[in-house]
Design a protein around this ligand. Structure first.
Ligand code: HEC
Length: 112
């Protein structure tokens, strides 16, 4: 398979696309919208949830493959965290690709 760098994804991800490997055909703009429900936990300063106080993983700037793999593992049950299983179970493959693309190009601020 060839590397696909062009197209829509490069338009939305222009400044970072050089490091984004090929097969992610997620749409970062769509992913931003889909990430809204996640912002309550993942889009907060210092990645500490206010109540109850627990840390959530930093997602921005992760490789899209990593994000997608993690979400698929929650969805399939390979990762057992109940909250994230509930979140991931509502996502389609396209949702996951879009969210992964968005997170890869938005390293710091989420939910703005
Ligand atoms: C209620 C709070 C909450 C919400 C809402 C939430 N998450 Fe999470 N998320 C967590 C917690 C807590 C963890 C750590 C779980 C663990 O230890 O496995 C996590 C883990 C993750 C991970 C794995 C990160 C890693 O480094 O392994 C990903 C990816 C992720 N969440 C994406 C999302 C996405 C996408 C959404 C929205 C569809 C979302 N989360 C919504 C709390 C939340």
């Amino acid at each position: 398979m060839k590397f696909v760098r062009g197209g829509l994804f490069a338009l939305t991800a222009a400044s970072f696309c050089a490091v984004v490997p090929a097969h992610a055909d997620g749409n970062a703009a769509a992913g931003k919208t889909k990430f809204y429900t996640c912002v309550g936990c993942h889009g907060i300063p210092n990645y500490n949830n206010a109540y109850p106080a627990y840390r959530v993983p930093k997602l921005g700037g992760q490789h899209p493959e990593y994000i997608a793999a993690a979400l698929n593992e929650y969805k399939s049950g390979d990762r057992s965290h109940p909250t994230m299983r509930a979140q991931a179970s509502t996502l389609s493959d396209q949702d996951i690709a879009d969210i992964a693309a968005y997170l890869a190009v938005a390293p710091e601020k989420k939910g703005d």
